[in-house]
Design a protein around this ligand. Sequence first.
Ligand SMILES: [Mn+2]
Length: 292
Amino acid sequence: MMKINFGGSDEEVPFADKGKSKVWVFGVLFDGTSSYRKGSRYGPEAIRKASSETEIYDMVTGKEIFSKPGIFDDGDIEIKDSKDVREEVKKKVQEILSKGKVPLMLGGEHTITAGAVEAVKEEYDDVVVVNFDAHGDLRDKWFDEKLEMSKDSHSCVMRRVVELIGKENLIELGIREVSKEEVLKFKSVMIESLEIRKDLEEVKKRLEKFVEGKNVYLTIDIDAFDVPGTGTPQPGGIDYYDALELISGLKKAKKVVGLDLVEVAPVPETNYTEAFAAKLLFQTVAILEGKI
Ligand SMILES: [Mn+2]
């Protein structure tokens, strides 16, 4: 069967020119440390399929993102062992950055973000990370695939990011599930889902101030939203249009130098989650076109 590219073209005849496309998509097939329900290694395939059912013209911005900035699909990397995740992802992101392109990584579990941030941080100064997530993911150690306490668990990914960039350079949006220890140490980086619901404009202003003039890496954990197809769902997710409004706040950044969408773990009964993810990515790129 012909493999579908992100956006819906086939491998032989891509929509977008490899050289001209500013955004390069790739998938990471890894869900080894997911603790509740696995399946995010099937995320990239499901998102690609859903993207082929999504209009490439964006009604809100009037943009057609496969022409500008252009999106090229660079395939998948498959990772078996959690110990290799950071290096493998870093290598792939470095390869894309070295060509002057912007990586758009499809997960896979959230663990993969640390390697991408490490690569971006080595390439650019003043990198800040914006994380849409239900969970803080700020534990120092949690269970890995062998049920041993590990720094490589997906529940620790933002702690690894903090080690790379410092906590003053991280902001988390949509938080509603954390441990007491995470709150005691990291309350200053967390914006709760309820805060966004209560005062979107205030949160947007805070986000704009945070990213102003900086290089941004944007990571979106799909469990920030109320969707069924994710490994660790939580009620009380961010409203879709509120998220788009916050993403438009990233236009204050110097550049958006990398992005990912993680933790889509498809369920057979409904394709809502992957359709949501594909649409959100299309609209995110459309909104940020010019900053990407
Ligand atoms: Mn997460």
